[in-house]
Write a protein that binds this ligand. Structure first.
Ligand SMILES: [Mn+2]
Length: 342
């Protein structure tokens, strides 16, 4: 993997950072470890440079990321609509991390578009759709956190990578690769991890903070979903599972409780593709897709679920009922049958 960037792009990023002082960082709805990790890491770097920084999110994020340094500077649109609107008016630079499309910021999108400020994107999803003043789009990267590390170094900001920044970046790489299970089959990612650990990252602490955080209810929810809500379709080497509103009630569902569920059926030898459908009281059914090997989860997400993502890990939504979403999925399997056969 060759993390070299166009000189012009790096110069443009440096210029935008140098010329602007009030910066907003944003990332995707239902932020994950890579989104929160890259945002808090960059916020800390910019703060050391003397910038005013806020991280603007469309909605709240899981409790198990709230130990990270810099989360105090997060404003979420659902909780802080007024301060967010005020900050968007005041900001002079918007930095988008871990998103290829502004629609991934949901209700923040129109506010950002109306503001029409200068912008930078650093992202690792395929098919960049944001028209930014400077963009680093690198789908081969394990995570935005790893990519951001290389961008910071290329910009000459390495001196600002302190222990806090290192912890945030480490978290994003670890979570986006499923603890280095996937998207990490190249040496650079280990070089970066090594450097971050060398800066004092306490690996055990981070793993404990992120992985060993669940309630008894959540543990039971996991058992219930795997046992009763998973449907195996051996003829397609595929399966799907669902979390209904009733399940959420029964197990006192908290944001982040279904983290990792969609990956679990992948341990089945003959399963190549799996979907998780999550029902919401308000809004569309959320669809998460995972595949193994050469089956393109991303194309499936784009074609059937208004979404996209990475080749093996993608997602989208279905504007309709859970039952309809499952029908769409099954029809998609039939269409993609050739690709799912051995
Ligand atoms: Mn990511």
């Amino acid at each position: 993997m060759n993390f070299t960037f166009e000189k012009q792009t790096i110069e443009c990023i440096k210029k935008l950072v140098a010329e602007n002082t009030t910066v907003a960082i944003t990332t995707h709805y239902n932020s994950d470890g890579d989104a929160i990790g890259s945002s808090t890491a960059l916020a800390e770097v910019l703060r050391q440079m003397g910038k005013t920084v806020k991280i603007l999110l469309p909605n709240d994020y899981p409790q198990f990321f709230k130990w990270m340094h810099g989360v105090d500077d997060i404003l979420t649109l659902d909780r802080h609509p007024k301060p967010i609107r005020k900050y968007i008016n005041e900001m002079d630079l918007l930095i988008c991390l871990d998103i290829n499309d502004l629609s991934r910021t949901e209700d923040l999108q129109p506010l950002f578009e109306q503001a029409g400020k200068k912008s930078i994107v650093v992202d690792h999803h395929i098919n960049l759709q944001i028209n930014a003043d400077a963009a680093v789009s690198f789908p081969e990267a394990s995570s935005t956190c790893e990519l951001l590390y290389h961008v910071l170094v290329a910009c000459g900001y390495e001196k600002y990578i302190n222990k806090h920044v290192a912890e945030s970046l480490y978290t994003g790489i670890m979570t986006d690769t499923g603890r280095l299970d996937y998207s990490s089959n190249y040496s650079e990612v280990y070089n970066v991890m090594g450097k971050l650990v060398g800066m004092g990252v306490n690996k055990m602490f981070i793993h404990d903070k992120i992985n060993n955080v669940y309630s008894y209810d959540r543990f039971r929810l996991q058992s219930k979903i795997m046992k009763d809500n998973f449907v195996y379709l051996p003829e397609y080497h595929a399966g799907y599972m669902m979390i209904t509103n009733q399940d959420k009630k029964d197990f006192h569902f908290q944001l982040g409780d279904s983290e990792g569920f969609v990956n679990m059926p992948l341990c089945m030898k003959d399963l190549k593709f799996v979907a998780l459908f999550t029902e919401y009281e308000k809004g569309p059914v959320k669809v998460s897709l995972r595949s193994k090997g050469k089956f393109p989860a991303s194309s499936f997400a784009t074609e059937f679920f208004n979404g996209g993502g990475h080749f093996n890990a993608a997602g989208g939504k279905h504007f309709g009922t859970l039952t309809e979403a499952i029908e769409v999925f099954k029809n998609g399997l039939e269409k993609y049958k050739d690709k799912l056969e051995k």
